[in-house]
Design a protein around this ligand. Structure first.
Ligand code: BYC
Length: 475
């Protein structure tokens, strides 16, 4: 069943009404979710009507429907991609056997852990972004922020459905706990580092959606390979939403770059100070924001050597990116992979069993994808005739997880002492002054079709609507 039933209290395409116990349990969780949304969801959004995209079917065609929705009335629900009844396990020890429709007892704890780690990231990002609606650079951007926020809320629903449906009482307790953690809170933080950082301004938001949502893409792609079919189907549908979040990030940064270059060319200026005097975000500041979000996101892939990752793969819980397109035995017998290690304070390459390096393999997939995005940003600068180029910092720069957390490495990859790190860190990562400057540019622009001075308009509007559409109505 793929058509989404919106007549239900919880919209779904999983025939929820046929399982009354599950339905009741989720209906008990629903008011707690709404209360969390009320408290921690986008500030000031509750009276707004927003031009939002809502899923009407999990099939490819006819997926999206656009209309004005009052934010708290958004219909969060449970949507799984269609089932392939012939699907077989295609990696790990159980290769060739039918995929699982229930959780095998021996993999229960690991699967629950993966689902909780995924689930906990979704509401975290909503909490991180909750103040941004007060300073949106246009109604177009405000609408995009809200679209992303409601979809992250739905991704939480996606994981909560799996916990309730397949993990009994433990799952229900985990689902409750997902609403109790808070991003950045000392006592009960979100699990992974990047989700406890602040997203204080719109440049940080665009970098976050470019880089951190891209971690989401790679993690969801790896989970979409899972032998646990409900997880694979859930994440496959989530991926269709994730793509838009990355578009917002990539095009957002691109528009900031375009505007900065435009102002610099118009006034024939070169220095960052001169760019700031015109109210633009200078390119070195963009580089520092990039360095921060990129390095913090690299940590999200976990330690470079991980026995957890090996177990997740061998037992068929989590595959590699595009597993079915890879040509090998899909069990990694005898395969090795080169990772970075630290010896006498220096970086060296070391071959380790590939099974233990799977976090690194996925991180390298992410790096390749991120570099391509940065190449597209550089095209904008090149087209404007400026010599500056954005670069990807070295993989070992500013890391807090895994072997590389033990060394200080400059963005160009050379090891530095603690004293050198402290002397240079403000030219590598956003300083308090950078953040203050960027914050000083933020302010709400609410006139349809108008954009803040520091960002260019996008190429086209949402759903082919004109750019001066009133995408958000204030009641
Ligand atoms: N911060 O053996 P390791 C998204 C912990 S984003 C803090 O490497 P493993 C989204 C780790 O938990 C995608 N702690 O771990 C994007 C472990 O702790 P314990 C989210 C960290 O299991 C934007 C210990 O260090 N989904 O969807 O191999 C907006 C040892 O590490 C961090 C997933 O991540 C960190 N960065 O790998 C909204 C997919 N990294 O057990 C949403 C599911 C590691 O010793 N998760 N640790 O206490 C996984 O597959 C794995 O849990 C990880 C970690 C790849 C994250």
């Amino acid at each position: 069943m793929t058509v989404i039933d919106y007549s239900q209290k919880i919209p779904n395409n999983v025939d929820l009404s046929s399982d009354r116990t599950l339905q009741r349990a989720l209906e008990l969780w629903q008011p707690n979710f709404l209360s969390w949304w009320q408290d921690m969801g986008p500030e000031g959004s509750h009276q707004k009507e927003v031009y939002l995209r809502t899923a009407i079917s999990a099939e490819h065609a006819g997926w999206a429907h656009y209309d004005f929705v009052k934010m708290p009335d958004y219909r969060w629900g449970i949507f799984l991609a269609p089932q392939d009844r012939d699907r077989k396990i295609h990696f790990g020890e159980h290769i060739g056997k039918p995929v699982w429709q229930e959780v095998p007892g021996e993999h229960r704890a690991n699967l629950r852990r993966i689902i909780v780690t995924q689930g906990v990231s979704e509401p975290a990002s909503v909490e991180q972004q909750r103040h941004l609606g007060l300073t949106a650079p246009s109604l177009y951007d405000l609408r995009n922020l809200f679209q992303i926020n409601v979809e992250e809320g739905r991704h939480l629903w996606a994981m909560v459905y799996l916990l309730h449906r397949y993990f009994g009482r433990d799952g229900r307790e985990e689902a409750d706990a997902l609403l109790q953690r808070r991003s950045g809170q000392q006592d009960n933080p979100r699990i992974l580092g990047a989700f406890n950082e602040k997203t204080p301004d719109w440049l940080a938001f665009f970098m976050f959606t470019h880089f951190t949502d891209r971690d989401g893409k790679f993690q969801l792609c790896a989970l979409a390979e899972s032998s646990f079919d409900p997880l694979a189907r859930t994440t496959r549908f989530m991926l269709t939403e994730e793509a838009y979040h990355m578009f917002v990030g990539e095009s957002g940064v691109s528009r900031v770059i375009a505007r900065t270059c435009e102002l610099m060319r118009q006034q024939d200026i070169e220095s960052p100070e001169q760019a700031r005097a015109l109210g633009a975000i200078d390119l070195p500041t963009l580089q520092r924001y990039l360095n921060f979000h990129y390095s913090v996101t690299l940590d999200l892939f976990g330690a470079d050597q991980s026995s957890n990752a090996a177990i997740f793969y061998s037992s068929g819980l989590k595959g590699r990116f595009e597993e079915s397109k890879l040509i090998d035995d899909h069990q990694l017998n005898g395969a090795t992979y080169s990772i970075l290690d630290v010896k006498d304070g220096k970086l060296i390459q070391r071959e380790i069993p590939k099974l233990n390096a799977l976090n690194e393999v996925l991180r390298d997939n992410f790096i390749k994808d991120s570099e391509a995005g940065i190449g597209r940003w550089n095209k904008v600068i090149e087209k404007a005739g400026l010599a500056f180029r954005l670069t990807v910092p070295h993989k070992a720069f500013n890391r807090s997880i895994g072997t590389l957390s033990g060394v200080r490495i400059a963005p160009d990859g050379h090891p530095v002492t603690q004293a050198e790190w402290h002397a240079n860190v403000e030219s590598w990562l956003p300083s308090a002054a950078d953040r203050e400057y960027v914050a000083s540019l933020m302010g709400p622009i609410v006139e349809p079709g108008k954009f803040a001075n520091w960002i260019s308009p996008p190429r086209s509007g949402i759903n082919k609507q004109p750019l001066d559409t009133k995408y958000v109505r204030f009641n």
